[in-house]
Every structure is written in structure tokens, then in C-alpha cells.
Design a protein around this ligand. Structure first.
Ligand SMILES: Nc1ncnc2c1ncn2[C@@H]1O[C@H](COP(=O)(O)OP(=O)(O)OP(=O)(O)O)[C@@H](O)[C@H]1O
Length: 226
């Protein structure tokens, strides 16, 4: 049986809004397996970002837990969750959030330098990843000198720079035109398949969702098949 790299077990998330309690995740269960790409497709405001942030240990669940490679992590301290996140989880957002004063190569090197790799090792891996994302020729360019699709390719390379177990993406192509979105997704897919990563990708794009292994949605705070 393929092992679950990421599990949500009865996860609850509530927000206090204008003196009322808003329940976003209400006992959400979900398993993501090694090598799998899963699309999270749900209407705006139903909790996709909340789910990704909780799964990615950015936010703590109010109930239940997040299990990463068999280890219960969701309820750990902020410091412990941050340490685990740095090693084991890659994030891609709708907007690239690249550091504007650094080149594409340096942006991809950054997480590796923070982890403690030497500049030489980090530069070598960053160059390989940029080549893999078919943007190697742009390695010395700053984000402002790149197109939206190129910026997202760099952001994806950065997200996997530390060889995480899990890639979480929140509308990674949401800011791109359909043709560019399709090419960027193709590169993302090739990278995920080649590295054996597990990926959970929130998208409103049904065509891209249809290219993934399975699709889930959120209904009344739970994750259900689509
Ligand atoms: N920090 C917060 N405090 C209060 N309410 C919040 C907070 N974060 C999110 N919410 C609310 O929780 C609900 C779910 O938000 P979330 O961003 O997870 O939805 P989403 O499905 O990702 O939406 P979109 O597709 O528009 O990005 C929304 O009603 C939002 O207003």
C-alpha cells in the first residue's frame, strides 16, 4: 500500500468574526500519498486556504491533528512547526512572493542557505531546478525582469529546493492567462512526477484539476471526493 505522507485527522478550524464563531473546518479528514497529485476545488470562501495553511503547519488546528510522515505535528509549538515546515513542506502561492532584490537563482538558493547548505551546493541545485522548470536562461534575472509565468516557475523551483515531502499550492496559476497556466502546470507536474513528491493543489481551473490523480472539495467543513 502507498504510504500517506500527509494526513488530516478530524481537523477543526474556527474563526471569531463580529462576535460570532465561524466554523471553517469541522472534523476534516484527508490523506495524501507519496507520488500523488490531488486537486482541491471548492468555491471561494469555503476554506481552501485555511485547509492548506493548517496542513502546511502555518496555522494550528483548533481540534484534531496534522500527521506528516507518521508524526503528529499540527499541535506542536510554533518553533517546532516552523522547523518541520522548512524541511518537509513546500508552498506555492497565487502571487510568487519572490524577493525582489535577488535574482531567480538566489531566490531558489535561499531556503537551502537557511537550512545550512553551502553556497556552492545551493547554487548547483538551484540551477538544476531552474533548468528543470525550463527557465535556466533567466537565472540571473530579478523577478521584475520576468513574466508572470516565469516568476511562478521560479516560485515552484524555490518551493521544492529543500526536497520537501509535500508540496502545497494555493491557486498557483490563478494569476496567469490560460495558455501560460497550462505550461506552468505542465512544468510543475513534471517536477512532482520526477521527484515523487506528494502535492495538494487548490485551483479554480477545472481543466488543470482534471489532469491530477484525484479531486476533492470542501463540504460543511469536511474534505470529500469531487
Ligand atoms: N484570520 C481570519 N479571521 C477571521 N476569518 C477568517 C480568517 N481567515 C479566513 N477567514 C474566513 O474563513 C473563510 C474561509 O477563508 P479561506 O481563505 O480559507 O477561503 P478560500 O476557500 O481559500 O477562499 P478563496 O478561494 O477566495 O481564496 C472566509 O469566510 C474567511 O473570511
Amino acid at each position: 500500500m502507498v504510504r500517506a505522507v500527509l494526513q488530516l485527522k478530524g481537523v477543526e478550524r474556527h474563526y471569531e468574526q463580529a462576535e460570532r464563531r465561524l466554523t471553517i473546518l469541522n472534523g476534516a479528514d484527508f490523506s495524501l500519498h507519496a507520488g500523488e497529485m490531488v486537486a482541491l476545488v471548492a468555491p471561494s470562501g469555503t476554506g481552501k486556504s485555511t485547509l492548506l495553511h493548517t496542513a502546511g503547519l502555518l496555522e494550528r488546528p483548533d481540534g484534531g491533528d496534522v500527521v506528516l510522515a507518521g508524526r503528529a505535528c499540527g499541535r506542536l509549538s510554533d518553533d517546532n512547526r516552523t522547523a518541520i515546515r522548512r524541511n518537509d513542506i513546500g508552498f506555492v502561492y497565487q502571487f510568487h512572493h519572490l524577493l525582489p532584490e535577488f535574482s531567480a537563482l538566489e531566490n531558489v538558493m535561499m531556503p537551502q542557505l537557511i537550512k545550512g547548505l553551502s553556497r556552492g551546493e545551493a547554487a548547483e541545485r538551484a540551477a538544476q531546478l531552474l533548468d528543470y522548470m525550463q527557465i535556466g536562461k533567466r537565472a540571473t534575472h530579478r523577478p521584475s525582469e520576468l513574466s508572470g509565468g516565469e516568476q511562478q516557475r521560479v516560485a515552484i523551483a524555490r518551493a521544492v529546493a529543500n526536497a520537501p515531502l509535500v508540496l502545497l499550492a494555493d491557486e498557483p496559476t490563478g494569476n496567469l492567462d490560460p495558455v501560460t497556466a497550462s505550461y506552468v502546470f505542465q512544468a510543475l507536474e513534471a517536477l512532482v512526477r520526477q521527484s515523487g513528491l506528494a502535492a495538494l493543489i487548490a485551483t479554480h481551473n477545472h481543466e488543470l484539476a482534471s489532469r491530477m490523480d484525484r479531486r476533492v472539495t470542501l463540504a460543511e467543513g469536511r474534505v470529500v471526493p469531487l
